[in-house]
Design a protein around this ligand. Structure first.
Ligand SMILES: Nc1ncnc2c1ncn2[C@@H]1O[C@H](COP(=O)(O)OP(=O)(O)O)[C@@H](O)[C@H]1O
Ligand SMILES: [Mg+2]
Length: 312
């Protein structure tokens, strides 16, 4: 059973310089209880995809396609129902905890407010539940720390608070956007362990530029490049039988595989290359890659790739 199904999703931003094609015809489905990794370099459209699902985009954005959840298209439900979805079904842990937390509100009160809004508990019970949530994400002395302000928390502790907020209303799907960005190695490992534990029974869309983090947490992984998916398979297939040159390049940039960066730069989403979007950076590119845009094809059950030379 799938927890979320995204069909031909497009999110574009018209700007004075042209149309930014941040999400361009993405199709994927997240199954119940699985952790699905969306991996790609900075600027490829990952956060915009998450915000599109949550309908948290600025009004200038144009969105097409479908986001199916529990039998309805989230792009078509009214705002009141969408607020309910955000509170009870899908939670997004935003990319930057420092700017996502309210600096002038005590941490416990912020979590309690979310709980009160969506679960109809009274203030006292909501506060108690907030402390329970802080305890669940392993914040020491949670009842004391609940009375502190965000600036009194370290980066790792703030990330724990974000996770507690995401979990507070017991959603069935969590979208975590770069949950380990900016954390040092030890804290990062702790946050990965925590996410593993708290999302065991939940579906998660893990957004990250760090394939190493995806390796620790994900059941399936999709590689995103310049607004579109280029490969999509189980964790094992991505690591043992990567087919897209971008995926191979990304794997080669992992510390245990030589730390070799992918040469070249990501293209502007306003002025995308003709043909395969990756061809200017691809050592295997031939004429067809420069002229035609490759379709996503299923090379084996559940392993999809967008490349003319995938099996050659
Ligand atoms: N409100 C907006 N208006 C115009 N362009 C935007 C807007 N929000 C994001 N973008 C552009 O969309 C692209 C994808 O951004 P983002 O999803 O944040 O990338 P990622 O999360 O993969 O690093 C970027 O080029 C970014 O500048
Ligand atoms: Mg992002």
């Amino acid at each position: 059973m799938s927890s979320l199904e995204i069909l031909d999703l497009k999110t574009h931003f018209p700007t004075p310089d042209g149309i930014v094609r941040a999400v361009d015809t993405i199709t994927l489905s997240i199954r119940a209880r699985e952790t699905f990794g969306l991996v790609g370099e900075t600027g490829c459209g990952k956060t915009v995809l998450g915000l599109t699902i949550m309908r948290l985009l600025p009004p200038t954005a144009t969105v097409e396609g479908k986001v199916m959840c529990a039998g309805r298209n989230l792009l078509e439900v009214n705002e009141a129902e969408m607020r309910k979805v955000r509170g009870e079904e899908i939670a997004m842990i935003l990319q930057n905890p420092t700017t996502s937390l309210n600096p002038v509100m005590r941490v416990g009160a912020q979590i309690a407010e979310a709980i009160q809004l969506h679960q109809g508990l009274n203030k006292r019970d909501a506060k108690e539940k907030a402390i329970e949530m802080l305890d669940a994400v392993k914040i020491p002395s949670p009842s004391g720390r609940a009375n502190e302000y965000p600036h009194e928390f370290s980066g790792g502790m703030k990330q724990r608070v974000m996770i507690a907020m995401g979990l507070a209303c017991d959603p069935s799907l969590i979208i975590a956007d770069e949950p380990t960005k900016g954390l040092d190695v030890t804290i990062k490992a702790q946050i990965i362990e925590l996410i593993k534990k708290v999302t065991e029974k939940k579906a998660m869309l893990l957004i990250t530029h760090d394939l190493g983090v995806a390796r620790e947490l994900c059941d399936r992984i999709a590689l995103m490049y310049a607004g579109e998916l280029v490969e999509y398979a189980t964790l094992r297939e991505i690591f043992e039988d990567p087919l897209h040159p971008y995926t191979r390049g990304f794997l080669g940039s992992l510390p245990d595989r030589g730390l070799v960066p992918i040469p070249g730069m990501t293209p502007s989403l306003i002025d995308l290359p003709e043909g395969c979007r990756f061809h200017p950076r691809c050592e295997y590119a031939t004429d067809v890659c420069r002229q035609k845009h490759p379709e996503m094809i299923e090379v084996e059950g559940g392993h999809f790739v967008r490349c003319f030379h995938a099996r050659s």
